[in-house]
Design a protein around this ligand. Structure first.
Ligand SMILES: Cc1cc2nc3c(=O)[nH]c(=O)nc-3n(C[C@H](O)[C@H](O)[C@H](O)COP(=O)(O)OP(=O)(O)OC[C@H]3O[C@@H](n4cnc5c(N)ncnc54)[C@H](O)[C@@H]3O)c2cc1C
Length: 557
């Protein structure tokens, strides 16, 4: 049964979310597609369908509904001059909603390829459609109108990981907190799930995944379904942090056939940043997730394809085309490769640390984590910019932030503006010359202990949240001798490669390696993974774009 009452307006930005196109704009869209007549009740798209199509209504109306068991909820109605679609149209992922003709109607229909061609060539329509698609996705997330329901608990560490994975992939989901909602037993029984199995992700209403890995979630929700993983690509980019996403945007917009592999979620380290304030063009700052989300959509708009939750495990570099081995998958052949695998957080040398991962110990301070410790005391470990940002951000909602820093001061490791904010914030207590030495608790962290390295004095505090922000190591373990590394494992490029490095790598060309080229011709390294890189979002983005200019040169050699 469909509830035929139109829903309350989803947003105050209705003109942008549901714009009405002019006859001229509709004519330009019609030139890319075909006119189709549909009967009342005729299905245009079923929820979960892979084959995404885009419709502009020229007569009648289209209903958009969310199937919910045997019933439906009406989400919206598109009338004459309005169009269907949301972010899935760009990403190529399965549709989340069902669409059908509400009366005998006429539509213009475009398949996804035709739509991509339109947004790449018509900037006015691109602005209107992209803005509407993104805002509609924001509304779907806000209302939890997705195809995933997460049953979780703050005592089950996987819960936070799954929330973060869905959030960082911009995927709408509903959350049921088992600690607060005792009435979910029926749902658990329906899927034969015991309390010990949580977190559980009910995927597309049919599959219940017990504490799934990110890869299982991506598979179930079809994140990678539309992508051919076997064709030879002009450019394979490994890593979708700022450097990799920048290379994808520039590469795809300049006509290259680009595939990006990301072992986790788009955004990289920047995705964990609560607010980036020094990136050009964002005077009031931008959260890492917002920046990554926009870049991700931008790359897809130009036709780059992204494989999520599947990393590169090996580079076959002994012959061309090169081949990148994917986790549990095929080898992707590549004429050129950009390595943008960044760096990973250093973990504290505490033996029971992993027991509290996601259950009191966190490696990022975003809105998701901040909500978990609202009004409580927290510890931030580290003295670099990421630790400083986290402390300032968390101090807005936590009762008190203890910054535990091993060195005697912050001046050498942190930007001046952050030091000033920390000094001036009464909610932040700086504990320099101090080391975290123990974590205690049951299912969740309950207590921490730290030691003043000068006096040797040990203090115990009932604090349930520790943010570890202690720097990172390069993501180069999978390269196995393919490219020259420095003593710390970062990739050497261009002028940093010594004659000995090139001789050891059997550099085959008369020319020297280009600026960001590794000791393998046509394999580039950009961003934090590159030796000598300035560890900033802007430099990562800059290097990603420069590498693409050099990729063109290699492809023409
Ligand atoms: C909390 C925090 C706050 C920060 N704040 C700022 C700031 O305000 N301003 C600023 O300029 N900089 C900031 N930085 C630094 C900035 O985020 C990094 O310099 C930047 O993200 C580096 O980008 P990247 O693309 O080189 O690498 P990363 O961001 O590290 O991205 C690398 C990506 O590669 C993926 N990957 C790794 N191995 C593989 C593999 N084998 N296969 C596939 N994918 C793989 C990872 O999952 C990751 O998504 C901050 C960093 C952190 C951690």
């Amino acid at each position: 049964m469909t509830d035929r009452t139109p829903p309350a307006p989803l947003t105050s930005r209705l003109d942008h979310v549901f714009p009405t196109l002019t006859p001229e704009q509709i004519a330009r869209i019609a030139a890319h597609g075909r006119v189709r007549r549909v009967q009342r009740g005729e299905m245009l798209i079923e929820a979960g369908e892979q084959d995404q199509r885009f419709f502009v209504v020229t007569a009648g109306h289209i209903e958009v509904v969310r199937p919910s068991g045997a019933t439906e909820d009406l989400v919206t109605v598109h009338r004459r001059g309005q169009f269907t679609g949301e972010a899935n149209m760009i990403s190529g992922r399965r549709g989340l909603l069902r669409m059908r003709a509400g009366e005998s109607s006429e539509v213009i229909e475009l398949d996804r390829e035709q739509l991509l061609a339109l947004v790449q060539t018509d900037s006015e329509l691109s602005d209107i459609l992209m803005r509407a698609f993104i805002l509609r996705r924001v509304e779907l997330i806000a209302y939890g109108f997705g195809d995933a329901v997460l049953l979780g608990s703050s005592h089950a560490p996987g819960t936070l990981r799954i929330k973060e994975f869905l959030t960082r992939n911009g995927h709408p989901y509903s959350y049921i907190d088992l600690d607060r909602d005792a009435g979910v037993q029926d749902l658990l029984d329906r899927f034969h799930v015991g309390v010990a199995d949580v977190p559980v992700l009910v995927c597309r209403g049919v599959v219940a995944l017990r504490n799934p890995t990110n890869q299982q979630i991506a598979e179930c929700l079809g994140f990678n379904d539309a992508i051919d993983q076997t064709q030879v690509r002009d450019l394979v980019i490994v890593g979708a942090g700022p450097a990799g996403l920048a290379a994808a945007v520039y590469g795809a917009s300049e006509g290259l056939d680009v595939l990006v592999l990301e072992s986790d979620s788009p955004g990289g380290q920047a995705g964990w940043s609560s607010k980036i304030e020094n990136y050009l063009g964002f005077p009031t700052g931008i959260s890492g997730q917002d920046l990554a989300g926009r870049a991700y959509t931008q790359a897809q708009k130009f036709g780059a394809q992204l494989i999520i939750a599947k990393g590169a495990t090996q580079l076959a570099c002994d012959r061309k085309p090169y081949a990148v081995q994917i986790d549990d998958g095929p080898r992707v052949p590549a004429r050129t490769v950009v390595i943008a695998t960044g760096a990973q957080y250093r973990r504290l040398a505490l033996e029971n640390l992993s027991r509290f991962d996601g259950a009191g110990v966190y490696y990022g301070a975003t809105f998701v984590e901040a909500q978990l410790c609202r009004g409580e005391e927290v510890v931030v470990v580290g003295g670099g910019n990421s630790a400083g940002q986290a402390a300032v951000f968390l101090a807005q909602s936590a009762k008190r932030v203890h910054m535990v820093v091993r060195s005697r001061g912050l001046a050498e490791s942190m930007s001046r503006y952050l030091i000033r904010r920390i000094e001036q914030n009464p909610a932040i207590v700086l504990r320099s010359g101090t080391e975290l030495i123990a974590l205690e608790g049951g299912d969740h962290l309950e207590r921490v202990r730290w030691r003043d390295d000068q006096t040797g004095g040990i203090e115990t505090h009932d604090i349930e949240h520790v943010f570890v922000m202690t720097g990172a190591v390069p993501g180069t373990g999978w390269l196995e001798g393919c490219v020259a590394l420095d003593a710390k494992g970062f990739i050497k490029t261009g002028p940093d490669l010594s004659p000995d490095d090139l001789a050891a790598a059997h550099w085959p060309l008369a020319r020297a390696p280009y600026l960001l080229e590794t000791s393998r011709p046509g394999v580039f390294a950009v961003g934090d993974v590159r030796a000598g890189n300035i560890k900033r979002v802007a430099s990562a983005v800059g290097e990603g774009s420069i590498a693409v200019a050099l990729v063109h040169r290699v492809l023409h050699e």
